[in-house]
Ligand binder design. Structure first.
Ligand code: SAH
Length: 475
């Protein structure tokens, strides 16, 4: 049973204001903030301010609000649906409240909860969808915090999607029996293909998907999102990645994606790890492709979570080809690639005016052949080179680049576990780079950045690659 403490003293409702009069009496920031809030609706707004602030007057002119430059009189409230007393003066506010009540108008007095008939919420507006957050005046900061969180969770296109949904209601009610079938339709409508098309601004496509869904009688279709998980820190995930994770039925992830990021997914989503880590069993790429196709065919919403950006050394090309061949719908969500995270940790400008104007993403593994790859020439011409998966070939990388003509003095930055609390930073020159290979204390992923632009990085938090050579203790 609920106790009085667990019940609300102010109950949220949605008030019809379209075309109706809302009157704000007052001036300054208080009046303006209520005006801004009400302007999120189609109410007819009147502001009564005898000598309005410049800002308030400009706002009223730009937002179609009627501004009455008159001293307040109770007649100003005539016919209003809602009224706000925001004069800042206690006696005047009290008079406005009394006048409003006498006329049967709901009234709010700014910063005077005792005088209020209603409170205004913190608002997440995705018209026609609205989320109103109230704390009964106890914590405006708390309300704003919650507002921000909810705002982040909801797609900016949710309003348009809801409007589209309204236009399908009649058809769905005619064609689909009440109960499970209808629920399945709307579930898929709001999280499947129509929602995805709307998200990228393709209204016609969303409509076509909604029609198709109706033709299929609401049967769900699988979808695979190849999602960049970023370099490791949870808050470097994109909002879109987060949203997809919360909607996923299945999350298929690599070993490099930390548990904390995977945990941001829907709690009851199935999780499948497919990456190798230090010799543990892992699936072959062909098996992963097959798995994604299988899950898609089974009508699952799949998030294929890859570290960094999915299109950078992520073998996404093969997965996309397999999905295309199987006619399974998919999308790609970019992520913060390791090179960018490492550069940020090092405060290292990847391009630097007059020094480096191009950038190479490489694994360095192509330096093994007889001929030098083109990117080596770019490096010599001053490009910044980001080396992925380069630890085990550090010595060969350095030797070949020096042979090719890159100065042994070229600056090198190395970051282990970029973006994570456990990150470690090292700096040195190309001549020092071979030391990396023998460092058995480096257990996390390592990003190596080479080039003159590296000299612009911040070195006071990194250790010298050469000076700190790790010597394993003899057994
Ligand atoms: N798609 C990923 C790269 C996958 S290849 C991306 O865009 O970042 C794996 C390599 O990425 C690792 O060997 C390492 O070189 C690099 N890497 C990934 N995460 C890293 C991190 N947090 N810190 C440093 N390097 C990282």
């Amino acid at each position: 049973m609920s106790t009085p403490e667990s019940r609300l003293n102010a109950f949220p409702i949605f008030m019809k204001v379209e075309g109706r009069s809302v009157v704000i009496v007052g001036n300054g920031d208080e009046a303006l903030s209520k005006a801004r809030l009400m302007a999120q609706s189609n109410a007819d707004l009147t502001i009564v301010a005898e000598i309005p602030d410049e800002e308030l007057a400009a706002w009223a002119a730009a937002n179609d609000a009627t501004l009455l430059r008159e001293p307040y009189h109770s007649d100003h409230l005539a016919g209003a649906t809602l009224a706000f007393a925001a004069t800042g003066g206690e006696a005047l506010d009290a008079r406005i409240v009394a006048d409003a009540r006498a006329a049967g108008i709901c009234v709010n007095a700014v910063d005077r909860p005792d005088l209020c008939d209603f409170f205004t919420p913190a608002l997440v507006n995705r018209a026609p969808v609205a989320i109103a957050i109230g704390t009964e005046g106890a914590g405006p900061v708390l309300a704003q915090m919650i507002r921000t969180r909810i705002d982040r969770m909801l797609s900016p296109s949710l309003g348009k999607l809801a409007t589209l949904a309204a236009s399908y209601r009649a058809a769905v009610e005619t064609l689909l029996p009440k109960g499970a079938a209808r629920r399945a339709y709307w579930n898929e409508f709001f999280s499947g293909a129509p929602a995805r098309a709307m998200e990228i601004g393709h209204f016609d496509e969303a409509q076509a998907a909604a029609d198709e869904l109706l033709a299929r009688r609401g049967a769900v279709e699988g979808h695979v999102a190849l999602v960049g998980a970023g370099p490791g820190a949870e808050d470097l995930l994109t909002l879109r990645a987060h949203r997809l994770l919360m909607e996923a039925d299945v999350i298929v992830h690599d070993a490099l994606v930390p548990e904390a990021v995977i945990a941001m997914g829907r709690r009851d989503a199935e999780r499948i790890g497919v990456g190798k880590r230090k010799g543990c069993h892992s699936k072959s790429q062909a098996e992963i492709n097959e798995l994604l196709v299988e899950l898609g065919r089974a009508g699952k919403r799949v998030v294929r979570l890859k570290s960094g950006d999915p299109l950078v050394f992520g073998r996404a090309g093969e997965e996309m080809a397999a999905l295309r061949d199987a006619s399974i719908s998919y999308e790609v969500v970019p992520g913060v690639t390791a090179a960018f995270a490492a550069a940020a940790d090092f405060e290292l400008p990847l391009t630097l005016r007059g020094v480096a104007s191009s950038m190479v993403f490489t694994t360095g593994h192509d330096l093994k052949g007889g001929t030098l790859p083109d990117w080596a020439k770019l490096a010599i011409a001053g490009a910044t080179v980001a080396v992925y998966m380069g630890r085990s070939i550090a010595a060969e990388l350095a030797t070949r680049l020096i042979e090719a003509g890159l100065s042994p003095d070229t600056a090198v930055a190395v970051v282990e576990n970029a973006s994570l609390a456990s990150k470690r930073l090292f700096h040195g020159t190309l001549a020092d780079l071979p030391a990396l290979e023998s460092r058995e204390d480096l257990t996390g992923p390592v990003m190596t950045i080479i080039g003159d632009a590296v000299a612009g990085a911040r070195f006071d938090r990194s250790t010298a690659l050469a000076a700190d050579i790790f010597v394993p203790v003899a057994a």
